[in-house]
Design a binder for this molecule. Structure first.
Ligand code: ASP
Length: 341
């Protein structure tokens, strides 16, 4: 064999190695929310669609409140209320349903699906989203728990620290509101609230053997958020994105910063252009890092062949990101981790 033929053989072997078929079906989700992964996986195994899998997986987290950052009774806002953000995407049809600032309804991911399936809209917010949910048959109930009351009252006792206000009077680093804009702007010494690790989110991608792809998110946002605040999770391309011809991605972290960069959209487009999932995830994080080196965040990515990867931004106290995977290689969900960079 001449040298050129050998080189060609080696490079074609490399292509097989890097672009070979991954294992399908696949469920992948942010954080070690194992029961959610298992719920999505068993949905696929029992013949459910990828949308069913994402809905049931995220709903499991909402029911179990996962680590307190999903579902009712977590992340009370400045008035003590828990509100929910969620989104679901059909990667075959590019239909999307989302709810943001949803009040009094526990099962946000299913309301998001109802928005997708029973309206021509993409995103419903606030009180009106709750009315829509009730009309669709969801039960309205108080999302407050003893735990959320305790978090809220501790925060009040501590002069409403920390909070998300800046350039206001009275000084938000010392006092509770109500706040008014401060006339003479002073330098805001505080770094962006990467400081508050009072949040997480379930972001999930499901892919079946026929190549159908769906993704979704569900979260109660950030603790002590300003009422009305909506994070990245219900924003298409930010919290998650899925296109069955390219791949899926889902993000978690400081949504106020991350949504400015549409990291999930970026990662999917990079995979469409041939990037492997880990590289796509990394580039999406790097893009944010350029402007906000201290942001807290991570992203998971999966391509259409079932290969997957993740990336996260290394900051103090966050050097490794954990996520869950289920595929045909194992009967139980596998805990995976990636070193942040
Ligand atoms: N991204 C979510 C939000 O900003 C929270 C999180 O994932 O940690 O609402």
């Amino acid at each position: 064999m001449d040298k050129m033929a050998l080189l060609l053989l080696i490079s074609s072997l490399t292509v097989v190695f890097t672009l070979g078929h991954g294992s399908l079906p696949l469920v992948i989700n942010t954080w070690p929310f194992k029961n959610a992964t298992a719920a999505a996986w068993s949905t696929l195994q029992s013949g459910g669609s990828v949308l069913d899998a994402v809905e049931r997986g995220c709903a499991r987290c909402e029911m179990e409140q996962c680590d307190g950052s999903v579902g009712y009774g977590g992340s009370p806002d400045e008035t003590g209320e828990t509100t929910l953000d969620a989104m679901i995407i059909n990667g075959d049809t590019m239909e999307v349903g989302a709810v943001a600032d949803l009040r009094r309804i526990k099962n946000a991911i299913s309301v998001a699906r109802a928005v997708m399936e029973h309206t021509e809209h993409t995103l419903l917010v606030g009180e009106s989203a709750s009315v829509f949910a009730e009309n669709m048959g969801f039960i309205a109930e108080d999302l407050t728990t003893n735990n959320s009351i305790q978090i809220f009252s501790q925060w009040l006792k501590g002069n409403c620290q920390p909070n998300y206000h800046k350039k206001v009077f009275p000084d938000p680093s010392k006092s509770c509101g109500p706040y008014k804009p401060r006339a003479a702007p002073r330098r805001n010494k505080r770094a962006h609230h990467g400081m508050m690790r009072s949040h997480d989110t379930i972001g999930m991608i499901a892919l079946d053997e026929e190549g159908h792809l769906a993704a979704g998110t569900s979260t109660n946002g950030m603790t002590h958020k300003v009422p009305g605040r909506v994070g990245d999770s219900p924003i298409i391309g930010a919290g998650a994105y899925a296109d069955s011809s390219a791949g899926g991605a889902a993000a978690t972290g400081d949504g106020d910063v991350m949504m400015r960069f549409l990291p999930s959209y970026l990662a999917v487009e990079l995979m469409r252009a041939g990037a492997d999932p880990s590289a796509a995830c990394k580039t999406a994080i790097s893009r944010i890092k350029r402007h906000y080196s201290e942001f807290f965040g991570a992203i998971i990515c999966a391509n259409t062949t079932g290969h997957y990867g993740a990336a996260c931004n290394k900051i103090t106290g966050f050097s490794q990101f954990h996520y869950m995977v289920s595929n045909s290689e194992s009967d139980t969900p596998l805990l995976k981790s990636v070193d942040c960079f």
